[in-house]
Design a protein around this ligand. Sequence first.
Ligand code: ADP
Length: 431
Amino acid sequence: MHHVLISDPDLADNSLLNKMLRSELVNCTSDLEVLRKDPNSPLYSVKSFEALSLKPEILKGVYGMGFNAPSKIQETALPSLLAEPPQNMIAQSQSGTGKTAAFVLTMLSRVDTSLNYPQCLCLAPTYELALQIGHVVEQMSKYMTSLRMVYAVRGGMRVTRGQLIDPHIVIGTPGTVLDWSTKFKVFDLKKIRVFVLDEADVMIATQGHQDQSIRVQRGLSKDCQMLLFSATYDSQVMKFAQAVVPDPIVIRLRREEESLKNIKQFFIRCSSLQEKFHALSNIYGAISIGQSMIFCHTRKAASWLAEQMTRQGHAVGMLSGELAVEQRAAVIERFRSAKEKVLITTNVSARGIDVEQVTVVVNFDLPVNMKGEADCETYLHRIGRTGRFGKRGLAINMVDGSRSMAIMQVIERHFERTIQKLDPDDIDQVE
Ligand code: ADP
């Protein structure tokens, strides 16, 4: 997919960003695929939460969160997740499709609050991501007044060797969970009924997490329900998934295909940075542009451009890798609420982040990979932000010299769609 999995420090940040920004389900119309099922129990799906015979206090919590019906992945996942005997599962779908809500619901359904020891264990890649899961637990368990939860994270609660803890649910990062369970022995892995490993793709990108997760999993009892969730699906994730989840049901919801169908693509020939900026100003001056995103190759070019455009009176937001996650979330939020109508970004900081409602995308620099070759996948991902939901989008590529011309031609051939030449002094042809 769009992620580089190995040693990518942005992965956990982007995942957190998406969660912070998300207030509702991602609309997904593709069909759910069942890649492996349990021969003994047929899979079925539900269209309502009532059909799941949940405890009344949980159902009340679910409705209290504003959920009316199960999401696409929940329709099929929940009946298996809640089945007796419990079934193991590996589920993949993009962020925002309802995975967290599904496994939190499972943990809450399986916990017995009259027993004072940890029965559900959830691993997350970072402290912040653990907190996000904890918030969902808090909301959904609002009417389960006796439920207790604890975070097993570095710098969190202090535990004393051998002194047992009594919360029902433990949410934590692999290292600390391993310490708590095997070094300090403050809870018994054998008593865990539900084990969840969330964001497996982010997990394996962090040094050591894969190993620690496997060591935690080895301490579990054979009849513990084991669940693994991931936003992306590739052989590396699946290899890890199979190692931590024996005999799973495997389900997958493919991401909506991005396409260039509804998008008009243009290019403008420029010979210098100044000329690129001049062309850009002409465009912004000539046509009414709603929300637009401009991609630059380097942070330096991005800041330069942001400064120039601000001087011209545009309300500009800038996204760059050096910003903290909260700052990036604030920039995206301002852009979403149209307080800033232009979002300038480098590729790295925008990868994997979902910003919709963009009408114009400008490639101030064409996307290239590490070797300087055309990066068609990134091109599609950038441009695919426009023209969604049947709306028409506009893409403008700045071409400055024979090398970038050649790159553009590779992109053209790859998608078999012509990119038309645009005269920056005659913008009318765009509309
Ligand atoms: P994921 O874990 O796949 O990223 P989440 O479980 O966090 O997805 O869900 C994404 C968003 O959709 C959250 O804001 C969540 O509250 C909401 N959501 C989840 N399930 C439902 C549902 N069945 N109905 C409505 N909203 C839902």
